[in-house]
Design a binder for this molecule. Structure first.
Ligand code: ZN
Length: 324
């Protein structure tokens, strides 16, 4: 009997690590997750990860073959296969994570940051299947991005290209987790819109249910829900967020001339309340030759296990590069 070839896609986040075994068409055969326990050292983490993966492998062994591994992880260096100074993990300076997994499972292993993996997932299994030039923006706790040019992910000289979350909006603006002031992600992300809501509550006098929620308990989802109910503060916050993001995306278009910009993450559930201001302010600020050409889209993988699909897509993408 022919065995099905599967890629193991692993997404390592600050809170949870998810993985799944995915075939070339994007069907997920087994999936599981475990708490990352960000305070654990990487050795302790890997023991737990291997145990959980091995349990999932038992059910697959008879009819499937593990071909390779793709990993999406914060500060993942694609060229070196290392995780370097991850912001939310107590792993120390540099972890040769790809080499460790390769040793454990004896298959080719690749890693990159989570937003790059998401872009590859979109190209292999999502809305960008027919595209060769696009930018994927993830609006989560921070703002991540993956840039695809001529069918290839852009890694840059050191493997870290595409950090749009840290382009500058205002040199005297909000303090960012990276130490700079006024980075895009301090405005356009779940955390950023929360900061905006807080500022608008101080500046505006309108009623809002959001006023009853303590700052530490306020989430991007709550703001999205409030906007969908017509809450004035939430709507103003989405307008503000969309204006800043649209302005900076106009710069991105000038650099790359993408066919589309794809937005991903919980905030996109606000739909037109988010997309309309982005589109308006992007178009207003575009260099004329780019006007009315760039599509603004929402992810084709929302609601699916997109992180795992993206990580597995990294492996399948590498395999295709070899056979091209
Ligand atoms: Zn920053």
């Amino acid at each position: 009997m022919m065995k099905i070839g599967l890629a193991l896609g692993i997404d390592i986040g600050g809170t949870f690590t998810k993985f799944g075994f995915v075939d070339k068409e994007g069907n997920i055969f087994e999936e599981a997750s475990l708490p990352t326990n960000a305070k654990d050292g990487v050795d302790v983490f890997l023991v737990r990860l291997y145990e959980t993966i091995d349990r999932a492998l038992v059910g697959l062994k008879d009819h499937a073959e593990l071909k390779g591994i793709g990993i999406g992880v914060p500060n993942g260096n694609y060229y070196k296969g290392t995780v370097e100074y991850p912001p939310n993990l107590a792993w120390g300076a540099i972890t040769p994570l790809a080499a460790l997994l390769r040793q454990q499972y004896d298959v080719p292993t690749f890693l990159t940051n989570d937003a790059n993996a998401a872009a590859l997932g979109e190209m292999k299994f999502g809305i960008a299947k027919t595209m060769k030039d696009f930018v994927l923006i993830t609006l989560g706790t921070g703002l991540g991005s993956g840039i695809v040019v001529n069918g290839k992910l852009v890694y840059g000289a050191d493997g870290f290209a595409g950090e749009l979350g840290h382009v500058n909006v205002n040199p005297n603006g909000r303090l960012c987790g990276c130490g700079k002031k006024g980075c895009l992600e301090t405005y356009a992300s779940a955390t950023g819109i929360k900061r905006t809501v807080s500022k608008l509550m101080a500046d505006m006098t309108v009623e809002s249910d959001l006023r009853d929620i303590p700052y530490n308990q306020l989430t991007g989802n709550m703001i999205t829900e409030a906007a969908l109910q017509g809450d004035k503060i939430a709507l103003a916050a989405f307008e503000y967020t969309g204006r800043i993001l649209g302005l900076k995306l106009a710069d991105t278009v000038a650099h790359l001339s993408p066919e589309a910009i794809i937005l991903f993450g919980g905030l996109t559930k606000a739909g037109a309340w988010l997309f309309d201001p982005i589109q308006k302010h992007m178009e207003e600020n575009l260099f004329p030759i780019f006007k009315n050409k760039v599509k603004l889209l929402t992810s084709g993988l929302e609601g699916k296990n997109s992180a795992v699909l993206g990580a597995s897509a990294l492996f399948w993408h590498e395999l295709e590069k070899e056979t091209m």
